[in-house]
Design a protein around this ligand. Structure first.
Ligand SMILES: [Zn+2]
Length: 496
């Protein structure tokens, strides 16, 4: 069971006299604490609204100023005193774990008595030092149904049935019990905010890569925060991924798993969240603070198993590739970066498998090729630096004249090769058989034939293919009045 308390305007209810004395008691120099005390007891605040300033200042002697770097320290010291007070006033008869961050206090216990006594002691401490509990933000949560019954039957909690919730939100991270749960409203709000950011990125006049990078920094970092004990349903994750990919309309024709494979390692929610959970799980394992049955461990194991990993003693092994990593090596500096790479690599193989089994015409090409980390890494690096036609080829999102003419709003005549007037010019014709093709040697294999993926370091074919695509696009979008041009013209603009 877990309980969590929150103060109402904590900074505004701290007595400077008390905290500065406590700071001195903790060993800070008197000259400093006395200066701060004088300063905080004579605060003058000028209210400003737009260009106007209030005529009289507000004076206060009973608060610590927000924004002063010493305020958090003094609050921390005050709350430390609170923790000591609680230890003395309510000695835990059963194991209890307290976590305090600023004014946020949470503790767990397997006993409803201990949970209640701790809360009561915190309330006593708060009234002694004049801090106000924000009772409507009090949260009490449980792991099993049995815990819930214990809480419901306990006299201390009978008047606070509203505080007993199936999931508690602590510092933005929401807990999960044994029972399946829905998303917490704060979690939903966070995903919504990320989607809103992506829909604004859509309007930036930049190339696809810059948009994706912007989405990673501004939206994904927000959306992926706090999933320690819970992973959103795949459908919710997919909605975010779609928003990121759709930041630019130019590559919508690409298969989801193809986009994931080449550009998704640090932006697709599933892998970003999964990698974080595994790293945290391993860190906890290393410090001995991991409960194997904990929700975090379950989350991490689910991601690992889902991307082809299995555990033997303390070694995680990836059967399909032979990759492995060891829990006990987590004490080495930078080992986590290595593991993060392996985890993403395992996830990429899963994308590859999805490409093999897809119903797309291209899936046969993947089935007939073996996954090569080396090759995919080369292609990923090329893709990361590519924009416009080159990226469209690598992702398989280029529509040949033949494919493009199948659109309902495009006339049949658009299926012609721009150079030799062959009807129904497909990709094979444009790249490899047209008498006016730009490539000077044949494709090394089917992946190069279809997606321009270089077989080695030589990018000549890809560069020449991109020139052909560019020419096709220019011709396709030369008539700005054409109904299809407005929709796809951003594609041509992507060349910058
Ligand atoms: Zn031709």
């Amino acid at each position: 069971m877990l309980a969590s308390l929150d103060y109402k305007l904590a900074f505004d209810h701290v007595n400077p006299e008390v905290v500065t004395q406590a700071m001195a008691h903790m060993g800070l120099p008197l000259a400093l604490t006395q200066t701060i005390n004088t300063h905080w007891q004579h605060q003058t605040r000028w209210l400003q609204y737009k260009t106007s300033t209030a005529q009289e200042p507000l004076c206060t002697s009973m608060a610590i100023p927000q924004g002063d770097p010493l305020s958090p320290l003094s609050l921390q010291i005050l709350l430390l005193a609170g923790a000591h007070y609680v230890e003395t006033a309510a000695p835990a008869a059963h194991p209890r774990e307290q976590v305090i961050y600023m004014d946020d206090r949470s503790w767990t216990s397997t006993s409803a008595d201990t949970l209640a006594q701790t809360m009561s002691a915190w309330h006593d401490f708060s009234s002694i030092c004049g801090l106000k509990e924000s009772t409507d933000k009090t949260q009490v949560t449980f792991y099993t149904q049995q815990h819930l019954e214990l809480l419901q039957q306990h006299p201390y909690f009978t008047n606070m049935t509203e505080a007993i919730v199936p999931t508690a939100c602590i510092l933005g991270s929401c807990t999960k019990g044994e029972e399946p749960r829905n998303m917490h409203e704060k979690e939903t709000a966070r995903l919504q905010a990320a989607k809103a950011i992506c829909s604004r990125i859509k309007f930036l006049p930049t190339d696809h890569q810059t948009k994706i990078e912007t989405a990673r920094v501004l939206a994904i970092s927000r959306a992926s925060y706090g999933w320690v004990a819970f992973t959103p349903p795949p459908k919710e994750l997919q909605k975010i991924d779609d928003e990121v990919r759709q930041c630019s309309g130019a590559f919508l024709g690409a298969a989801r798993h193809m986009h994931n494979l080449l550009l998704g390692g640090t932006t697709v929610m599933e892998v970003v969240i999964g990698v974080r959970q595994v790293l945290l799980y391993a860190k906890r394992w290393m410090t001995g603070s991991l409960h194997v049955s904990s929700v975090l461990a379950q989350q991490a194991m689910t991601f690992l198993a889902g991307t082809g990993w299995s555990l033997r003693n303390t070694t995680w092994k990836h059967a399909a590739s032979g990759m492995e990593w060891h829990l006990e090596k987590f004490s080495f500096p930078d080992y986590k970066h290595k593991v993060a790479h392996l985890l993403r690599e395992g996830w990429r193989r899963k994308q590859w498998d999805a490409l093999c089994s897809g119903s797309r015409r291209d899936s046969v090409i993947f089935r007939n090729s073996t996954y090569s980390e080396k090759r995919v890494t080369v292609v990923r690096n090329v893709a990361r630096k590519s924009t416009g036609p080159q990226l469209a080829i690598l992702l398989g999102s280029f529509y040949s004249p033949a494919a493009f003419s199948k659109r309902r709003d495009v006339p049949q005549s658009m299926s012609k090769c721009p150079w030799c007037n062959v009807e129904m010019a497909d990709q094979e014709h444009i790249f490899w058989t047209c008498p006016s093709r730009l490539t000077t040697r044949g494709p090394g294999d089917d992946l190069e034939r279809r997606f321009g993926w270089p077989t080695g370091e030589d990018l000549t074919n890809l560069v020449q293919m991109a020139q052909s695509v560019d020419a096709v696009w220019q011709q396709r979008h030369s008539n700005l009045d054409a109904p299809w041009t407005r929709q796809v013209y951003v594609g041509a603009q992507q060349r910058q």
